[in-house]
Design a protein around this ligand. Structure first.
Ligand SMILES: [Mg+2]
Length: 323
């Protein structure tokens, strides 16, 4: 016998600085549970406001639709929005036992806005080798000086930076000029430095600072391709779609000798732990971008390593639908 249930959560969110401009107070999402005989599988659909194209209501409709089809032993719908496609593929993969249990533990430490707090965090954990920072909120010169300072303070630190397309070419150049030449090789990449991909490529080629595709990798017609100056693509399953779709992207990146970085869209710890399992499975050689559990006030169903916040269990979730 097959059963499906959809739950909803709404948990305190304090990551406004990570979500450019958007300052929501809660993070809301849906959880799908599929059960068949004694096996069960879980998945999470949590569209990220301002980043996802679909609303939570759309995700709920699509998730219910996918669950209904599963109950009828029909093939999954092909037109599910990305978050619902990701959720139902995770639930299915857990149920079928094809999502390996091992979680990748190696990832980049995320700076959630305040540099002094971040520096304290880096000092407290002597073995941190990789960190991620958002840039592009201050003048390019001051941003560049800050990154330069960080690299000089921590001689073994490597950085991933993310500009979310805010720089003009001139601003990106002014940013780069503040970074001492020997330090530039310790920037693994800047995600989407400039307003469009051609400008970002021009920046990479003239500054010798590599770039990565994030937003561009989700645009229609995007092809994973080795291009001089491009180091990686960022894969955010909640914004991308099913496990199969994400796996195809990671495989294509590997063939092109690019890194694929499995990254968070600030899912609850249920989704995050599944992403850590995906990272161990699909990109074992690449540190992930999943350091977002501390932005949420509560964990959901499964615990994130080293995260001390309280955890919600099934009974704490709102049941939305059951069949
Ligand atoms: Mg990004």
């Amino acid at each position: 016998m097959r059963h499906a249930t959809i739950f909803r959560y709404s948990i305190p969110f304090s990551g406004g600085a990570v979500l450019r401009d958007a300052q929501p107070k809660t993070r809301d999402g849906l959880i799908l549970r599929l059960t068949e005989d004694r096996r069960e599988g879980w998945g999470e659909a949590a569209p990220l406001p301002k980043f996802s194209r679909e609303s939570l209501a759309q995700a709920e409709t699509d998730l219910r639709n996918a669950a209904q089809r599963w109950l009828e032993y029909a093939a999954p719908p092909e037109d599910s929005c990305p978050s619902a496609a990701f959720a139902s593929s995770c639930a299915q993969a857990e149920l079928d036992g094809v999502l390996p249990e091992a979680r990748a533990t190696r990832g980049a430490l995320l700076c959630d806005g305040d540099l002094d707090t971040f520096i304290a965090r880096l000092r407290a954990s002597s073995n941190i080798a990789l960190a991620k920072l958002k840039i592009g909120r201050d003048t390019p010169e001051r941003e560049g000086e800050r990154i330069n300072l960080l690299l000089s303070m921590f001689p073994y630190l490597r950085l991933r930076l993310d500009a979310n397309r805010v720089f003009t070419l001139d601003e990106a150049r002014r940013f780069a000029q503040k970074i001492a030449l020997p330090f530039r090789a310790r920037i693994d990449f800047i995600e989407e430095p400039c307003v469009d991909s051609l400008t970002s490529l021009a920046f990479a080629q003239e500054t010798a600072i590599a770039i990565a595709w994030d937003e561009s990798a989700r645009e229609t017609g995007f092809v994973v391709q080795a291009v001089s100056g491009v180091a990686a693509i960022v894969v955010k399953p909640t914004l991308t779609g099913s496990i199969a779709h994400c796996r195809a992207l990671c495989d294509a990146a590997r063939r092109q000798k690019l890194s694929a970085v499995i990254s968070s869209s600030i899912e609850s710890t249920l989704g995050l732990t599944q992403l850590a399992r995906l990272a161990a499975w699909l990109t074992p050689e690449t540190p992930h971008g999943l350091d977002t559990a501390h932005l949420l006030g509560t964990q959901v169903l499964r615990r994130w390593r080293d995260c001390e916040t309280p955890k919600l269990d099934i009974d704490d979730l709102e049941e939305r639908w059951r069949a």
